[in-house]
Ligand binder design. Sequence first.
Ligand code: 5RP
Length: 227
Amino acid sequence: MTQDELKMQVGIAALKYIQNGEIVGVGTGSTVNKFIDALAAAIAAGNIHIAGTVSSSVASTEKLKGYGIPVLEASEVARLGVYIDGADEIDGEGYMVKGGGAALTREKIVASLAERFVCIADESKLVKILGAFPLPVEVIPMAAGQIQRRFAAKGGVATIRIKDGAPLMTDNGQHILDVTGLSIKEPLAFELGVNQWAGVITVGVFAQQKASVCLLGTSAGVRTLTF
Ligand code: 5RP
C-alpha cells in the first residue's frame, strides 16, 4: 500500500468519530486533505450531517469551502466534540510533534477547543521518543536569534524555515524555526518550558493538547491507539 493509500484509509476511518449535527475541528496537511475529501463525499451521499467546521489553516479553509462545507471562526465557537488532524510524530502516549505544514499555532488553538483529538497518521509517524523530526517552533522574527541560541544550549540546531528564497511566513505573519538534534523525553515539561521563552508563539510539541485517539494507517489496516 502506498503512503497516499494509507492516508486515505485513516481519513475515511476518522469519519466515525463525527457526531451528526456537530461542528468539527479540522487540521492541516496531506492526511487531513484525505479526510476532507472523505468528509465531503460522506456529506454529498447524505451519510453525515454537520453544522460546520472550524479550520486550522488558510489551506484547509479553502479546501473545505471548495466543497461547499461551512467554515466558522474559532472565536465564535465555545467547544468542539472532535478535532481531527495529522502529526509529524506521535509517541506511545499520544504526545505529538506537529507543524510540518507551518500551521501549528492555529492547530493548537482549534485542538484546545475540542474534547477529543483524533490523530490520523500513517505508521511511519509512530516513534518511541519525539525529536527525530525537526521540531517546528513559530516565533516572532525579532526574537529568532535569541531563541536559536537557547535551543543551541539544549543541544539543538534551530534553522529558519525558508520558502521561495525567503523566510516562510505563517498564516499569522510570523516565522518558523525547525530544530534538529533534540530528544524530547518529557514532552509536557518541554512544551511548558519553551512556551515561556520570549518571542515563542507556539512550540510544535503537543503535550497539553495530546491525542485522545490515533488512527494509524498500516498495510494490515487501520490500527487504533487510545490514550
Ligand atoms: C501541519 C501539521 C500536519 O498535521 C503534519 O505536518 C502532518 O502532515 P501530513 O499529514 O502532510 O504528513 O502539523 O502543520
